[in-house]
Design a protein around this ligand. Structure first.
Ligand code: FAD
Ligand code: SF4
Ligand code: SF4
Length: 479
């Protein structure tokens, strides 16, 4: 009888890839986890119990065929594991690195629930596709036949690129427009490289270009080219512009110098990592070196800002969040990483204003909070504790309070583009179709600030809907 390669979770303990020691990793911007060795990946994959109803899969937004690629990995059949993994995920090695697995696949693994420690799904997914890249199994699109239809995609983030990949593989002519100088969206200019090294994104961009996707970069739609012009050039248009309007604080002193937006701070840091000249970094405005930094917010963006500040050489880094640790929106794994690297969290603390010296921020006026009754969303609302205010010294304050959509109907002079009351584009759930003929929308611009894996899912679903539509039109024309 063949040796049973699976169900080893009782004999073998969960073992994540080695995390570099905090004292070492905070000195650079490289990823913090080492790669699994082949034997370790096989061993960890073999812990899966091959559930008949795999909750990991149902809680993965892409419904990745996790049990199958774990079994193939455990059996050393890595090329087949890669084929299975990439069939449902355009960027498996990226999701393996940055999905909040503790809230998605791994958090719902039955082995985790039974107290044995989850199967390390994300790390195995990353291992499979990194190995595929090393072995040359990842190939550019090579459509069987070229199609005459073209699609214009506005936004080269994961949503737009996932759609571009599927459409191009089907032979569609694809042009991606982006206002940045590099493709990748927040993968490139938001998420720091200690979570996602940039060559991992760049090789994907190159693969798309090698497969025939045309990139028009440094092209701000609404300024350098109108939305109407793009619409007139293509059979369909996908809006994948993400959400970039930073939520702000209107309180005394909030206009002082030295209070900056998280996205500007992270974008400058990422640009520097490419060796670009970034004036606002070089003149110190967006550089934490030698500064007392206070980051306001408790989400993943705040975690990225505190950890970037540490790496830039800040003298101290504090994070203010108005609820407690259990109620923060950011990943617990990332919070732990930040703590290990020296970040101090001030839970139940909210800003009420800023002190300054000659117009330059010198501190944050902090009010202490307690959690009161649950609000309409079911979360306990923070309440002020009177008389407990204090000033937290700071010479750089980073606001990481979340993002909202830009006003596309106004910016693009498209009053008929349907948007919700939050400003996100109104689009059909499964297809991304808007009420404008041939116009689709995917990713954060539809969902509000969300996750890479959801943007990929939207991009893939939308590409499928567009192909269905092209095929039906072609069938009618052929009748
Ligand atoms: P984006 O990635 O935002 O891409 C949109 C693109 O559209 C950009 O390249 C932009 O330049 C372009 N664009 C916008 N307007 C125009 C215009 N007018 N003309 C031309 N181009 C335009 N998610 C995770 O899953 N894991 C994480 O660890 C994680 N960390 C994050 C850290 C930070 C700091 C931030 C801000 C977000 C993070 N996210 C994370 C969320 C994730 O990055 C987003 O959900 C995802 O990138 C959304 O993809 P998208 O394609 O919709 O938009
Ligand atoms: Fe888990 Fe994300 Fe991979 Fe799905 S895509 S299996 S949620 S890491
Ligand atoms: Fe394997 Fe866990 Fe998924 Fe079950 S839930 S199939 S044990 S990874």
């Amino acid at each position: 009888m063949a040796k049973q390669p699976m169900l080893k979770f009782v004999q073998i303990e969960r073992d994540m890839p080695q995390k570099r020691d905090a004292s070492v990793r905070k000195e650079d911007f490289n990823e913090i986890y080492a790669e699994y060795a082949a034997a370790k990946a096989e061993e960890q994959a073999s812990r899966c119990s091959q559930c008949g109803v795999p909750y990991c899969q149902s809680h993965c937004p892409l419904h990745n065929n996790i049990p199958d690629w774990l079994r193939l990995t455990a059996s050393g059949r890595l090329e087949e594991a890669y084929e299975t993994s990439q069939a449902t995920n355009t960027f498996p090695e990226i999701c393996g690195r940055i999905c909040p697995q503790d809230r998605l696949c791994e958090g719902n693994c039955v082995i985790e629930q039974s107290g044995h420690g989850t199967v390390t799904i994300g790390s195995v997914e990353k291992y499979i596709t990194d190995t595929a890249w090393e072995n040359g199994w990842v190939k550019p699109a090579a459509p069987l036949a070229e199609r005459s239809e073209s699609v214009g995609i506005i936004g080269a983030g994961p949503g737009g690129l996932a759609a571009a990949d599927m459409l191009r593989k089907a032979g569609v002519q694809v042009t991606v427009y982006d206002r940045y100088d590099r493709a990748g969206g927040l993968l490139m200019y938001g998420i720091p490289s200690f979570k996602l090294e940039k060559d991992v994104v760049e090789r994907r961009n190159k693969l798309l270009a090698d497969g025939g996707v045309t990139f028009k970069l440094n092209c701000n739609v609404g300024e350098d080219i109108s939305f109407e012009e793009i619409r007139s050039k293509h059979n369909a248009v996908i809006i994948a512009t993400g959400v970039y309007k930073s939520r702000d604080l209107a309180m005394p002193g909030s206009g002082s110098e030295g209070i900056v937006k998280a996205i500007d701070f992270l974008c400058a840091s990422n640009k520097k990592s490419f060796g670009d000249e970034v004036e606002a970094f070089d003149n110190g405005d967006l550089n934490a070196a030698g500064k007392k930094v206070v980051v306001i917010g408790g989400g993943d963006t705040a975690m990225d800002c505190v950890r970037t500040s540490i790496r830039q050489g800040a003298t101290s880094v504090k994070c203010l969040y108005r609820r407690d640790r259990a109620n923060m929106p950011g990943s617990q794994r990332e919070t732990q990483n930040a703590e290990e690297e020296g970040v101090v969290f001030e839970w139940l603390s909210a800003p009420k204003g800023f002190t300054d010296e000659s117009g330059k921020v010198s501190g944050v006026m902090v009010q202490k909070m307690r959690l009161g009754q649950p609000d309409a969303s079911g979360r306990q609302a923070p309440e002020v504790i009177e008389g407990a205010d204090y000033v937290e010294e700071a010479d750089l304050v980073i606001k990481a309070l979340g993002f909202e959509p830009e006003e596309l109907p106004t910016l693009w002079n498209q009053p008929e583009l349907p948007v919700t009351r939050w400003g996100t584009v109104k689009a059909a759930f499964k297809t991304g179709a808007t009420e404008l003929d041939g116009v689709y929308a995917v990713g954060d611009i539809v969902r509000g600030a969300s996750l890479v894996v959801w943007a990929i899912k939207d991009g893939r679903d939308c590409a499928e809907a567009i192909l269905d539509n092209f095929n039906s039109k072609a069938a009618v024309a052929a009748e």
